[in-house]
Design a protein around this ligand. Structure first.
Ligand code: HEM
Length: 210
């Protein structure tokens, strides 16, 4: 697993991209359907959100199963989240909006779900730029603070999706439920940790001795 793990996860993570590229160029009769731009936009968005969830799932999975070696994939999975969200944005900017910057800026300012997406993208790019060991050393404690924004990216990503759905909210609701579980378990662990380190109130109070 030590030697094949990373290439395997890399290959699996890149497969949807290869599939979408093949479908774009009609390789093996694959196709993006009647509205190729919409398909690319939605598929890259969905992949970005799923990889964000996968990145958030690594620690709970590791702690619950004791499979500590899965931690080595977290960085790669996070980078794939940024990769797919960047492609999602690129499709929106180039294919959907034809690189017309004025309407794009207007969208970012006036359409709240796009504003949320933009904030999430900026955070993901900041985490990508500081994902190296050298950046980690240079930033010290600030590194962890910045990389904790992956929780916020998850929330913004689900919110961004939920806000644009017109009628059937089933899918964003499933993502919201998964995210609640992934964040909820961390809150629970933190609460448990704080309870363990706090001294019992009765023993600490001078009155209790009287
Ligand atoms: C600059 C940033 C972003 C822009 C401009 C943007 C734009 C869009 C647009 C225009 C749509 C299609 C809406 C429609 O069909 O009416 C969309 C869908 C979506 N976006 Fe984004 N987005 C951004 C960031 C993100 C981020 C950070 C995530 C996830 C982490 C994300 C996940 C999604 C998902 C899951 C969908 C729905 C796909 C579906 O309908 O199956 N987006 N986005």
């Amino acid at each position: 697993m030590r030697f094949i793990g990373k290439p395997l996860v890399f290959g699996l993570s890149l497969t949807p991209f290869a599939w979408l590229v093949a479908a774009t160029f009609g390789v093996y009769g694959l196709s993006l359907g009647a509205n190729p731009v919409e398909t690319l936009l939605e598929d890259f968005g969905t992949l970005g959100l799923r990889f964000t969830m996968f990145a958030l799932a690594v620690t709970p999975l590791r702690r619950l199963t004791g499979l500590n070696w899965i931690a080595q994939f977290r960085r790669m999975i996070g980078l794939f989240a940024a990769f797919y969200v960047t492609l999602h944005f690129a499709v929106y900017l180039v294919l959907d909006q034809g690189l017309a910057l004025a309407p794009v800026i207007e969208d970012i300012v006036k359409r709240p779900y796009i504003t949320l997406g933009m904030i999430a993208l900026v955070l993901l790019l900041a985490m990508t730029a500081t994902s190296t060991l050298a950046a980690r050393r240079r930033l010290g404690k600030r590194w962890q603070k910045l990389h904790n924004s992956v929780y916020l990216v998850g929330i913004l990503g689900v919110w961004h999706y939920w806000w644009q759905v017109k009628s059937d909210i089933t899918e964003p609701a499933i993502y919201a439920a998964v995210l609640t579980g992934l964040l909820g378990i961390r809150v629970f662990w933190r609460w448990q940790r704080q309870r363990r380190v706090k001294p019992p109130v009765a023993a600490a109070s001078p009155q209790s001795a009287a």
